[in-house]
Design a protein around this ligand. Structure first.
Ligand code: GLY
Length: 381
């Protein structure tokens, strides 16, 4: 569905991607200038409701006024809760205080929580929505590339724990995703590049044609306009198809974690800090997944090199030695990976690959071989 007839002409490159999940189905509306018409979009896709915006100080400074006025009469605003930016906000104490503030604002089940920010805000506000009064409706309004192509779609919500990333959470689908591509213009370049790692992931995991397209068109994606919207739409379509098939990650949804088992461990080592952004960790993680697959003779060296070359071309890190401020040891990484949510009976499934666009879930990983590989990678070999 591309038509949103009641939206004015200053909305550009409009696309709608449907996520078909029965009575939990929703649309992802992508385009420029959508914040200013958020109320009309919500009314069209969900109905009118009182709402609360949950955001962070960076996003609020740049875009809160546009969203607040765009809600209009359709979505009367009961309040705005503005949190600190950064991964440290995705924790239990912030969840507790956010829940209290939402209750104080009188948010009821039929009201709407608007998660207005990047992955941290989407995951935290979405999780609060899932537990508040046993489930309050929420809308994702992602403001980072990473959130627009990945974290706002598919209903994964949650917080980090000292033991690891996203270890407390719920599958809880939003009622609508509004991805205004204009907000990406104010994203710092480092953040955009980190989000691009998740974009490249869709090509690397299952779509060689899209990966080739990115190899040719990545600079247009970075500069904005129709190529960027097209790429975001492609990622959202792929994600929607995977989530429709496997909402609760019993099978192929795990492919979306290409590079994430290594990446989450690297983020944990770096203290979930600005030292290593999520997308940067995923870029290194994907490079490791390709190199390890090549070492196991699952994928050709030239495929691993091609994947790594593209990540390097766009300026993403691809090896452990590029983490600023120090390198982990392989036992450290093995311990961190052992906390992965996907571990079953002590066995760690790993997303490996038979080539570009040919990722698969390996459920019988030889942990000794893996540690040996990581020992060499951690020492710069
Ligand atoms: N970001 C991975 C997933 O949604 O499954």
């Amino acid at each position: 569905m591309d038509a949103e007839p009641d939206l004015p002409e200053n909305v550009t490159n409009l696309r709608t991607v449907a996520v078909g999940l029965g009575d939990r189905s929703y649309d992802i509306v992508i385009g420029g200038g959508l914040l200013g018409h958020a109320g009309a979009l919500i009314a069209r896709h969900h109905g009118t409701s009182k709402c609360v915006i949950v955001t962070d100080t960076n996003v609020a400074g740049a875009h809160l006024e546009t969203l607040s006025s765009g809600l209009g009469d359709a979505c009367p605003l009961a309040g705005t809760i503005t949190l600190n930016p950064g991964e440290a906000t995705k924790c239990f104490s912030e969840l507790a205080s956010l829940s209290e503030r939402l209750l104080e604002l009188g948010i009821e089940r039929g009201d709407l929580i608007l998660a207005f920010g990047g992955g941290v805000i989407g995951d935290l506000a979405g999780f609060a929505a899932s537990i508040l009064r046993r489930g309050v409706n929420f809308v994702q309004i992602p403001t980072s590339l990473l959130a627009q192509v990945d974290s706002s779609v598919g209903g994964k919500t949650g917080i980090n724990m000292p033991q690891g990333k996203n270890l407390i959470g719920a599958f809880y689908q939003p009622r609508l995703v509004i991805a205004d591509t204009d907000v990406l213009e104010t994203l710092p370049e480092r953040q955009f590049r980190a989000g691009y790692a998740e974009m490249a992931k869709y090509g690397l995991l299952g779509d060689e044609e899209f990966f080739s397209w990115l190899e040719t068109n990545w600079s247009d994606v970075f500069s904005g306009g129709a190529a960027r919207t097209q790429a975001i739409e492609t990622c959202c379509k792929t994600k929607a198809a995977i989530v429709e098939e496997d909402e609760h990650e019993k099978g192929n949804r795990a492919l979306l974690n290409l590079g994430h088992t290594f990446g989450h461990a690297l983020e944990g080592f770096a203290g979930y800090s600005e030292r290593l952004l999520h997308g940067e960790a995923i870029s290194i993680g994907m490079a490791l997944a390709f190199e390890y697959s090549n070492e196991l003779e699952l994928c050709r060296g030239q495929d691993a090199q091609r994947a790594i070359r593209h990540l390097e071309t766009v300026g993403l890190p691809t090896n452990i030695g590029q983490i600023p401020g120090g390198t982990p040891t392989s036992p450290q990484l093995m311990d961190l990976m052992a906390q992965d949510k996907k571990v079953q009976d002590g066995v760690l499934p790993l997303i490996l690959t038979r080539g570009i666009g040919e990722a698969y879930v390996e459920r019988s990983v030889d942990m000794n071989k893996l540690q040996d590989f990581l020992t060499r990678k951690c020492s710069g070999q």
